[in-house]
Ligand binder design. Structure first.
Ligand SMILES: [Zn+2]
Length: 304
């Protein structure tokens, strides 16, 4: 922009100089000089502040932690989802170094404002680490459901000093209900959904429809691909920018039907990836969703 302005001014000045030689009359010279000065003045931002471009549109930075865990950052709003746990067994887990940095609030996890936990399974959540995180990060708020909180309560019974009631928002809505939390620039609609698979029929996995940085982001935890889990929320009308959808959802034709008719996101990020299988099945997912995104390395970042 500065170069353009400089070239434009130089061009006008050259025209003025040539015209002066040809015409050799003071009236024309004065007129062109006046026009040149006017154009130069128009290029100066302090003279015409109203022609400056508008501020950039919403910017959202997404950092991959592990498995279904991500950090969403926009301005001072910094939200961790399913990102702090000890050992996800066969699933990807945050390294000890990342766990420690989150718990301590060290770089790159300074000033986390919210921690969202979809459900209590060990590849999404750890009660002991989370309670220590809340103590070390007094400005952070945990949002989760009552089932997950019941696991936290066991930690508190062993050490009541760990309790931080003002830093916890427990969503009490029954299965398939919803409740919305708002704070500053952040809005989170919590969707109470049933966990996938018969073995986890009683597990409440909470979906999060997060609005921040001018974007709408859906994270479905480990929700099953059933109509009862999605039909009541009208997510297809929400104009969702990015949906974090777990691997099995995308490989199942029922999951894809629900995604295409009841969620309709502009972009899909795959979560909960079994990385050995990914090499076999990633191309299959790409056939259905060519623009699907995958984060392959912990702490990889993308800007949306
Ligand atoms: Zn689970």
């Amino acid at each position: 922009m500065i170069n353009q302005c400089r070239n434009k001014t130089a061009f006008v000045k050259n025209v003025s100089s040539n015209q002066t030689k040809i015409m050799n009359r003071t009236f024309i010279t004065t007129l062109l000089f006046f026009v040149a000065m006017q154009l130069s003045a128009q290029d100066m931002p302090e003279v015409r502040p109203e022609v400056l471009p508008p501020p950039p549109a919403g910017r959202l930075e997404i950092t991959y932690i592990a498995n279904s865990g991500f950090l969403l950052s926009s301005g001072t709003t910094r939200v961790l989802i399913d990102a702090l746990y000890f050992d996800g067994d066969i699933w990807e887990s945050p390294s000890k170094k990342i766990q420690k940095a989150i718990v301590s609030g060290d770089t790159p996890f300074r000033n986390i404002t919210h921690m969202l936990a979809s459900h209590y399974h060990a590849d999404h959540f750890d009660a002991a680490l989370t309670s220590r995180f809340l103590i070390n990060n007094p400005g952070a708020m945990l949002i989760t459901n009552a089932q997950t909180d019941s696991v936290l309560q066991k930690v508190y019974r062993q050490d009541p000093e760990l309790k931080r009631p003002k830093q916890t928002k427990i969503i009490q809505t029954p299965m398939f209900g919803s409740e919305t939390y708002e704070s500053g620039d952040l809005k989170v609609k919590c969707l109470m959904q049933r966990h996938m698979g018969k073995d986890d029929f009683k597990v409440m996995s909470m979906g999060f429809l997060v609005e921040m940085g001018g974007k709408k982001v859906l994270h479905i935890g480990d929700a099953g691909w059933t109509d009862e889990n999605f039909a009541g929320y009208n997510l297809q009308d929400e104009n969702i920018d990015i949906a974090f959808i777990h691997y099995w959802f995308l490989l199942d034709c029922e999951g894809r039907r629900i995604l295409d008719t009841q969620v309709k996101p502009k972009k899909i990020v795959v979560t909960h990836i079994p990385y050995d299988e990914l090499r076999r099945n990633y191309k299959r997912i790409k056939e259905y969703y060519p623009d699907v995104e995958v984060f392959l390395n912990h702490l990889d970042k993308k800007i949306y």
